[in-house]
Design a protein around this ligand. Structure first.
Ligand SMILES: [Zn+2]
Length: 164
């Protein structure tokens, strides 16, 4: 659903995720912003060049960066580290706030790491989908407390209604 709706409205929709896996990409979603890093990537600790390795194991002793460095690490933001893509997040939140009409859709988060309840207040309309009720529900205009698989068609209809 996310890939389809993003393909239909590529300029109007931003897809940001806290997930580090490539499930959205595997579903065909383009332009996903991975706020907390991306598991299929490593980067050189010297020149910071990011390299896509997928989910294949690499021989750490023989793997050498073009800069000559042999020290790599996963491209995951660890607790307490700077998250470089938060800049994109804040730009998108600012766009939500400035827009005449805006919609913030949040799927599958407790809001413990990122304060999505606060983000919802930036948008004119907001939708939350979680499996269980939580204390962030009140911040959203609409809540689907159910599996994402059953909520997805409803959210897609909501998004289509928003754009119509
Ligand atoms: Zn390097």
């Amino acid at each position: 659903m996310i890939a389809r709706i993003k393909a239909k409205y590529p300029e109007q929709i931003a897809v940001l995720t806290q997930n580090v896996d490539d499930l959205l990409e595997r579903a065909g979603c383009v332009g996903v912003v991975h706020l907390h890093g991306f598991l299929p990537e490593i980067y050189c600790e010297h020149c910071k060049k990011i390299e896509y390795i997928g989910y294949e194991a690499i021989n750490a002793k023989e793997h050498i960066c073009k800069c000559g460095c042999k020290k790599f690490r996963h491209n995951i933001v660890m607790f307490g580290e700077q998250a470089p893509f938060y800049k994109v997040l804040y730009n998108e939140l600012n766009a939500l706030r400035k827009a005449e009409d805006s919609l913030f859709v949040c799927i599958g988060t407790s809001g413990q790491v990122l304060d999505v309840a606060d983000f919802a207040r930036f948008a004119k309309n907001s939708i939350l989908n979680n499996l269980d009720k939580s204390d962030i529900d009140h911040a959203f205009n609409k809540c689907y407390i159910e599996k994402a698989t059953t909520a997805a068609p409803k959210i897609e209809a909501d998004i289509e209604k928003f754009f119509s």
